[in-house]
Design a protein. Sequence first.
Length: 130
Amino acid sequence: MSFTLQGGGDYHLTASSPARNSGTNLCAPNSQSCVPTIDFDGISRPKDSFYDIGAYEYTSSTLALAATLPSTPCDLNADGSTDVVDAQLLENAILSKSDATIYDINRDGQLNLLDVQALQNVILGKIPCP
Ligand SMILES: [Ca+2]
Ligand SMILES: [Ca+2]
């Protein structure tokens, strides 16, 4: 594989990496979400027609710059702030009975109003993102 920092712990793909667009969306055994729609940086995936192999989708430098904004697991749309937009995304996920684990704000394995409450407390600054 061709990583940004070979051997340095940075597993972002380079433009020429053979892992680009080589992934599939097959389900792993016992996985809760067969098709991860965001990568480890919160970048939506796939970027092209196919998934990239690994934790990160390859992005151009412009997109990679956006990914460097500070974000937490509570920043659901990865825009750098945890706010009412993220709360709306969470509520939509609950209403659509999403099984994406990113919406499990309180990390209890269930997606329900307790996650909304937890996210509201994060937004209000009462608790750090769990
Ligand atoms: Ca956000
Ligand atoms: Ca939960």
